[in-house]
Design a binder for this molecule. Structure first.
Ligand SMILES: [Zn+2]
Length: 512
């Protein structure tokens, strides 16, 4: 009996020694935020250099314990920070190579680069850009590898990527006629069928809205983990749908999600997940509850020397780019006078640029957000940054004509001398003693029940300047396009710009 007991103990400990430990670190929606940045109430958070310090530390720790690291990103590496945008995302890719990422999903904002530039960027990467649903329209051939199979210890892991199928609407060049984005519902079950028999563990890296991911996992069981991106949501803990665990790590590299997985006999027997903040001075609460989504960092991570060395030449290059002329203004573009509200030449220019980029029916821009004039002569990026200094992104709303009227009525109700009104594009109207008249969208009269698209910046979308009506409208998309970049592109494409002096609205206040 005693012998049997000892034997059992030996077998037991032997089995334990066979356990395979795999840690997954995941990021998403970094949007070019390679440098540390400020958020409400906190300075110098995130940044790719402290992230590197963290990854190196974890990798070292795991290696000494003979454990394994899997490093994944769920896409939208591009668009959102001028430093990165001007360099077409190059610094981020080169540093991700050094971090030894295993794979990245292709996000919609990867298509803010022209296809040729995106393929060039992918070539620079030493890790695969995965997408199982982006094809060339004419041949139906995949543009990116759909999946990879990686061996970590004795575990064979399949990883496949997905790109949101509304990319043609929510990216600059996603509407390229050579491209087609196949439906999630068609591709995901096919991938599961193909990969499941070949691997021990199946991971999806999905750049698809979180609510859609949850729905897709309900419809198609068979994935063990889905690493999500696109919604910029921090899941305080993974969402469990059947046997699938879903996690998303916010945005901008503010944190990394961390799964610690234990496998025995090639089966997952234990898992743990937490969100690790990158130099967070205070915790981040999860939306709509008082749960902590990410704890404050216990120790401030230093900058990584290797990364700083990579940055150096780029810093010089960007300094030069800031002063390079984008185009020429034939005359001054001036702001209007706040006490007598009317369209201004610079307001017309900005709202036209926003409307063109989003292909929306209407674009609005709050006059308070225009901080400088553009003067006759050469225009540089630095000049444009002075006009639009805030890091606001661009939202697209889908709304009814009656909602547009509600917005205009709100504007008419404010005292115009406070500057709480919009410059407009694609829209014409009159305000007479607080009443709205003759509203036209393009050349046609506005119809109350017709659906329109409207572009506006993130400040107003969050109810800025008192326009609470925008918070009530639910059909909206954050395009992540920075206003400043949109205007730069608009000028660069035209080379020469001249003021449009059309009065797009009139406002009679006397007798109010
Ligand atoms: Zn996205």
């Amino acid at each position: 009996m005693r012998h049997l007991f000892i034997l059992l103990c030996v077998v037991w400990s032997f089995t334990f020694a066979q356990d395979t430990q795999i840690t997954i670190l995941h990021s998403n929606d970094c949007h070019g935020h390679v440098l540390p940045f400020d958020i409400a109430g906190q300075q110098k958070v995130g940044g790719i250099s402290p992230r590197m310090t963290y990854i190196k530390k974890i990798r070292e720790k795991l290696t000494t314990k003979k454990q394994h690291l899997l490093l994944l990103d769920a896409g939208d590496l591009n668009t959102g920070d001028p430093f990165s945008d001007m360099l077409k995302g190059e610094p981020a890719v080169r540093i991700m190579n050094k971090m030894r990422y295993d794979a990245m999903a292709v996000g919609n904002h990867e298509f803010d680069l022209r296809l040729e530039d995106l393929l060039q960027q992918q070539k620079l990467a030493k890790f695969p850009y995965l997408s199982a649903n982006v094809v060339y329209k004419d041949t139906q051939k995949l543009i990116f590898p759909p999946y990879i199979i990686i061996q970590k210890g004795d575990i064979k892991i399949g990883i496949f990527g997905m790109t949101t199928d509304d990319t043609p609407i929510v990216s600059t060049y996603g509407n390229d006629s050579r491209l087609q984005f196949l439906k999630h519902e068609v591709v995901i079950p096919k991938m599961i069928r193909e990969l499941r028999p070949q691997v021990d563990f199946l991971i999806g890296v999905f750049h698809i809205s979180l609510h859609q991911v949850v729905h897709l996992c309900k419809q198609f069981p068979g994935m063990d983990i889905v690493i999500g991106g696109h919604s910029h949501i921090i899941t305080p803990e993974p969402i469990k749908v059947g046997k699938t665990l879903i996690a998303e790590a916010g945005s901008y590299g503010l944190l990394m999600g961390k799964f610690d997985l234990t496998f025995r006999n090639k089966k997952l027997v234990k898992w743990k997940h937490r969100n690790v903040g990158i130099n967070l001075k205070s915790p981040i609460m999860s939306r709509g509850s008082n749960k902590v989504a990410v704890h404050a960092s216990q120790k401030i991570l230093d900058l990584d020397k290797e990364v700083e060395k990579i940055f150096q030449p780029y810093r010089q290059k960007v300094g030069k780019l800031l002063d390079e002329p984008l185009g020429v203004a034939t005359k001054n573009f001036k702001r209007g006078r706040r006490h007598s509200p009317q369209s201004s030449t610079i307001g017309n220019l900005i709202s036209d640029a926003l409307r063109e980029r989003t292909r929306a029916d209407i674009a609005l821009h709050n006059v308070g957000g225009i901080r400088a004039d553009i003067l006759k002569g050469n225009i540089t990026y630095r000049d444009v940054k002075r006009v639009l200094p805030f890091s606001n992104s661009l939202y697209i709303y889908t709304l009814k004509g009656k909602d547009v009227l509600k917005i205009l009525q709100m504007m008419a109700d404010f005292d115009p001398t406070t500057g709480r009104f919009f410059e407009v594009s694609g829209l014409k109207f009159h305000i007479n003693r607080g009443k709205i008249h003759d509203v036209f969208v393009g050349k046609k009269k506005l119809e109350k029940e017709k659906t329109y698209t409207l572009a506006v910046n993130s400040f107003i979308a969050q109810g800025g300047d008192g326009f609470s009506v925008f918070k009530e409208l639910s059909q909206k998309v954050d395009t992540s396009f920075l206003l400043c970049d949109v205007l730069c592109d608009y000028i660069r494409e035209r080379k020469i710009i001249s003021p449009d002096r059309t009065a797009r609205f009139t406002w009679k206040t006397s007798g109010r």
